[in-house]
Design a binder for this molecule. Structure first.
Ligand code: 13P
Length: 267
């Protein structure tokens, strides 16, 4: 597994990388490191959650994803699974390369890469404050509203909550994709949260930010009824973020994805 990456955006750091420094094994190791770090960052526990990066093998569109139900501490580079983007389309069978089963949530990772050119890394966690808020009917209906300007980090005036569906199902993937329309993160009812990024580091950083917002919103709800910022103010914040934030994702948000999201991949 030493396929080098052409010289373009590194899937982990988002920086332009040398092909020799970015083999598939390096990306696999970074995926494991990211999955393990989620617990230290306070956004996950045990083997919950899953992490993936977009990874083309030559002309074959695909992703690398953590395996199902394997504690991250026991996960080695050979346990990471490559999944073809052809999976799940029409009657195409799931095409995987690896000794393990891919995460049971491979569908929403897959569907995000197919539909979202801006997604180059996807992080799903059972972050405790996100999961707790996502059990409240009020949050399931309205998401996390604009109680703090950093809500705009998710890409809009609020952070939506995807309706509940059984884990690992196409229904859950459909709900998640709808909740992520024009957004980079969402809550998942009775489940957790998802963040996507232009690189693994930015997706992880956004997941941490969303968990901080969930914790702070939960605290504010205990103290009273939070006042909300106006739509006009949130629009100003969103506008400033386009210049303030240097995530390479920003450049890609306006890009029109083709069927395989290839506009996100500089040649
Ligand atoms: P996997 O171990 O299959 O990735 O499932 C964990 C999870 O969080 C399901 O939502």
């Amino acid at each position: 597994m030493t396929q080098p990456l052409p010289p373009f955006m590194h899937p982990i750091t988002g920086m332009v990388c040398e092909p020799a420094a970015c083999t598939e094994d390096v990306v696999r190791a970074s995926l494991i490191e990211a999955a393990r770090s989620m617990q230290q960052l306070g956004i996950n526990h045990g083997s919950a959650g899953n992490v993936s990066v977009r990874w083309h093998r030559g002309a074959a569109d695909g992703m690398l994803i953590t395996p199902s139900a394997l504690p991250y501490e026991q996960c080695g580079v050979d346990d990471i699974v490559w999944v073809s983007m052809a999976a799940g389309q029409g009657t195409a069978a799931l095409q995987v390369d690896g000794v393990r089963q891919p995460s049971s949530e491979w569908r929403f990772h897959h569907d995000l890469y197919v539909r979202r050119a801006d997604a180059r890394a996807v992080v799903h966690t059972h972050a405790p404050h996100c999961a707790a808020l996502a059990c409240l009917p009020q949050v399931q209906q309205q998401g996390i509203p604009a109680f703090h300007y950093m809500v705009a980090a998710a890409g809009g005036r609020d952070i939506r909550c995807a309706p509940y569906a059984t884990f690992g199902t196409q229904a859950l993937s459909d709900h998640v994709l709808a909740a992520l329309t024009d957004r980079r993160a969402c809550l998942m009812a009775h489940h957790g949260m998802i963040a996507l990024g232009g690189a693994l580091e930015s997706a992880l950083a956004l997941a941490v930010e969303i968990e901080w917002l969930a914790r702070t919103y939960a605290l504010a709800l205990q103290l009273g009824t939070p006042a909300l910022l106006s739509d006009a103010e949130m629009d100003r914040v969103l506008d400033r973020f386009t210049r303030y934030r240097a995530d390479p994702l920003d450049d890609l948000l306006a890009a029109e994805p083709d069927a395989h999201g290839r506009t996100a991949v500089p040649s």
